[in-house]
Structures are given as structure tokens and as C-alpha cells.
Design a binder for this molecule. Structure first.
Ligand SMILES: Nc1ncnc2c1ncn2[C@@H]1O[C@H](COP(=O)(O)OP(=O)(O)O)[C@@H](O)[C@H]1O
Ligand SMILES: [Mg+2]
Length: 298
């Protein structure tokens, strides 16, 4: 018999494809591991699954993690650790508690939820003692805190991200993706501890986003913004010129699509504010202003 949970799991890939653009080569492998994890087919006494996401900045590594975590567990089940805050020896104490009776950040997460996803961003920055903890987590899904409490992390997915080799992707513009992928994985394997690299189940290289995908992402984010405004009573429609304009303003060669959401919010918000202040009514077409510097509503 197919349970509701199982039929929902069948929709996971479609769901991810609607939210994540230009990364279709990694989605099936992510979905495959998540399905096995959800169905209890991955090893007992290990996390449900572990991933290393590689590639440039702003191409959907975090967004993918958010999307699958929300889909599987609902809101509030993604716990993020920025490894740039865990670069010193003392950071081990932050993670696990420094002295008897003290609670580390990992225990505080566990108080809130015993399942979900732990996201460790930019692991190349983590102190070696922190990497030892990752090895324990991947090996046994267990960590012992300074206060003696042992956490069972076997109902969590673990996602690591790294920028190692990611910048090289931007320089290898003219190579095929397979060549770039090999290069990035080799770089990461060299730079990371080999035993850590070996223990991570899926190592996936996210691609740069070509112009067509940049447009698609702009469209997704613009739709969200227009929906938000419609709910506030401002029905707007975007004319064709808007998308290329917001891509030009919101996509950055080094930061990828990271600035896009804020850019759209600002450009559309400014246009609407201007119309409201002008107290002109009627217009509902969002378009690029003749000056070419901003959006306007006509
Ligand atoms: N492939 C993508 N598909 C859809 N949205 C994306 C994609 N890449 C980036 N974005 C947008 O850009 C923002 C930043 O991307 P993020 O996933 O945080 O980048 P990173 O790869 O550095 O983790 C996301 O919140 C999302 O709005
Ligand atoms: Mg990220």
C-alpha cells in the first residue's frame, strides 16, 4: 500500500525542479539519497544521508537545502552553522560546550528538534578539531557534549558546503561541465581531509548559472514579490523588459543570484512607492523607466 508520505516523496523531484533552476544534473542524485533516507534504507547509526555541495557562490546550494528540508520536515528544521565562526580552537567549545554543565550550539539545536537537516557552510574554514566532530557525526551519528550528554543525530541529513575550487569554475568558462566537475572534486579532495571527503555520501558540484537560468530565477523571485504586493492590494503586471533589467542589476559575476531578491524588492518597491506618492491611479504595468535607471508603474 502507498502511504501518503510515500506518494509525497514521489513529488520531491518535481518540487525541487520548480524551485531550483539550472541544477538539474544534481537534483536526481539528491532526491535518490533523500528517498533512501526517508524510507530507512540508509545505514543505521549514521545520519540519514550526507552531502557535500560544491561550486560557485549564489547558485543554489543553500536554496536546495532549504527546499528539500521544508518539503520533508516543514518549517524550522534546517539548522545552519557558519564555519567562518568556528575557525579557532575555542570554537570547539562553542559547538559542544566548553566546560562541564555548559550547553554547546549543537545541543541547543537538539533541544529544538531531533530530526531535520544540519547545514555546515564553508567547511574549509572550520578548525581541525571541528572536523574531528564531523567525522564522529558521519561515522556514528553521535556526538558527546562537554556536559556528558550524547546526541543521537541519526534522523538528520548533514549538508556541507565549500567554496573550494568554486572560483576556478568561473575561470574555466570554456570547458565542459564534466571537466569542471572533475577539477573541482579533485581540488576539494586535496584540500579537505581525505577521510572526511570519503565518508560523505554524495559530493555534488553545482554549476554556474547561464543567462537563461538567471532570467528564470529573476522570474521566480519577481513572481513572489508581485504575489506579496497583490496580497497587500497592489495588483501589478510586469512587462517584458523588466526581467533583463533586474538580471542586469541583481545578478553578480562573483555573488551569483545572491543579490537578486533584495534588488527586486528594492526596484519594485521604489516604483510602487513613487506611484503611491504621485497619487496617480490606474496604472498597473511595471516597466523600465525611460531613463533606464529604475522601474516605474504606468
Ligand atoms: N539555482 C537556483 N535556482 C533558484 N534560485 C536560486 C538559484 N541559485 C540561487 N538562487 C537564488 O539566490 C539566492 C542565493 O542562493 P544560495 O542558494 O544561498 O547560494 P549558495 O549557492 O551560495 O548557497 C537564493 O535565495 C535564491 O533566491
Ligand atoms: Mg550557501
Amino acid at each position: 500500500m502507498i502511504s501518503p508520505d510515500h506518494s509525497r516523496l514521489q513529488e520531491l523531484e518535481t518540487h525541487l525542479r520548480t524551485r531550483i533552476r539550472g541544477q538539474n544534473h544534481v537534483l536526481p542524485r539528491i532526491v535518490s539519497l533523500l528517498k533512501r533516507g526517508q524510507l530507512g534504507l540508509t545505514k543505521a547509526n549514521r545520519p540519514r544521508g550526507s552531502f557535500l555541495f560544491l561550486g560557485p557562490t549564489g547558485v543554489g546550494k543553500t536554496e536546495t537545502t532549504i527546499a528539500f528540508t521544508e518539503f520533508l520536515f516543514g518549517e524550522g528544521k534546517l539548522f545552519r552553522f557558519d564555519m567562518s565562526e568556528y575557525q579557532t580552537q575555542e570554537s570547539l567549545g562553542v559547538l559542544l560546550g566548553a566546560k562541564l554543565g555548559e550547553r554547546g550550539t549543537l545541543a541547543m539545536v537538539y533541544d529544538r528538534s531531533q530530526l531535520g537537516t544540519l547545514l555546515f557552510d564553508e567547511i574549509e574554514k572550520a578548525h581541525p578539531r571541528i572536523l574531528d566532530v564531523f567525522l564522529q557525526i558521519l561515522d556514528a551519528a553521535r556526538v558527546t557534549m562537554a556536559n556528558g550528554q550524547t546526541l543521537d543525530l541519526s534522523r538528520f541529513y548533514i549538508v556541507f558546503t565549500t567554496n573550494i575550487g568554486g572560483a576556478d569554475l568561473l575561470n574555466l568558462q570554456h570547458s565542459t561541465f564534466a571537466t569542471m566537475e572533475r577539477h573541482v572534486l579533485a581540488r576539494a579532495q586535496q584540500a579537505m581531509r581525505p577521510e572526511l571527503f570519503a565518508r560523505i555520501t554524495e559530493k555534488l558540484v553545482f554549476n554556474r548559472l547561464g543567462y537563461d537560468y538567471q532570467l528564470e530565477i529573476a522570474q521566480l523571485l519577481l513572481n513572489n514579490e508581485l504575489k506579496f504586493l497583490r496580497e497587500k492590494g497592489h495588483a501589478l503586471q510586469a512587462s517584458k523588459s523588466v526581467l533583463p533589467f533586474v538580471v542586469q542589476r541583481g545578478f553578480h559575476p562573483k555573488l551569483g543570484a545572491r543579490p537578486m531578491r533584495d534588488t527586486i524588492e528594492k526596484l519594485v518597491g521604489d516604483a510602487l512607492a513613487q506611484r503611491l506618492l504621485d497619487a496617480k491611479d490606474g496604472g498597473r504595468w511595471l516597466k523600465v523607466d525611460e531613463s533606464g535607471n529604475c522601474l516605474m508603474i504606468d
